[in-house]
Design a protein around this ligand. Structure first.
Ligand code: SF4
Ligand code: SF4
Length: 197
């Protein structure tokens, strides 16, 4: 009796996730990377040294881009803890530059004015680009001082800074590239194309 009652019920409809192709197509147009070549072999995730700190491993990021889950991607920690070490890109059998796709997602966070999921990393990213813009090279002393003062960690890495200085890895004076004008032109063109200000 009870079994018949159940069989008479309409089957429960599973929610269907409709892929939105816009995000993948924009990434392909801007960076030449076709995420639809990904067939989820997981080699990228198996080699990534940062999955322990990520909310989605790189293979899952690729699937999310295929599905057009832009809100979830821009809110993810993964795009900020990725080191851009390129291990995933080198391992991919389909030649997808996964690190570049992740970098493009970081830039989208700035372009859309969204809040980065890991704010300190986003801040470091911004200060790093500001720093390089001035002279065409990083001046680590200024970069670290600015970052650490802003994040309230002024003395946290003082010992490390001193050791780097003693080993000649931290200069006192900034150095510049010889052709600063040409370098600034690179920044100008990136900004013209919608890159980070
Ligand atoms: S580039 Fe990023 S996602 Fe790729 S292996 Fe390195 S840390 Fe992982
Ligand atoms: S290695 Fe390439 S094909 Fe394999 S899951 Fe990662 S992105 Fe996809």
């Amino acid at each position: 009796m009870e079994g018949r009652a159940l069989s008479e019920q309409a089957p429960q409809e599973k929610p269907v996730l409709e892929p939105k192709r816009g995000l993948a197509e924009e990434i392909k147009a801007e960076h030449g990377e076709d995420v639809y070549r990904c067939y989820q072999c997981l080699k990228c995730s198996a080699g990534c040294p940062m999955t322990f700190a990520m909310d989605y491993p790189p293979s899952q990021i690729m699937r999310m881009v295929q599905l057009g889950l832009e809100d979830e991607l821009l809110a993810s920690k993964t795009i900020w803890v990725c080191l851009t070490c390129n291990t995933c890109s080198i391992r991919c059998p389909n030649d997808i530059d996964i690190a570049l796709v992740i970098d493009s997602l970081r830039e989208r966070v700035f372009q859309k004015g969204s809040k980065p999921a890991v704010e300190n990393v986003a801040l470091f990213h911004k200060y790093f680009l500001d720093n390089v813009r001035k002279r065409g090279r990083t001046f680590e002393g200024e970069l670290l001082a600015r970052y650490q003062l802003k994040t309230g960690q002024a003395f946290q890495n003082a010992g490390l800074g001193l050791r780097m200085f003693l080993k000649g890895r931290l200069g006192i004076l900034p150095e510049s590239v010889s052709n600063k004008k040409a370098f600034r032109e690179i920044y100008r063109r990136v900004e013209e194309r919608g890159g980070k200000k």
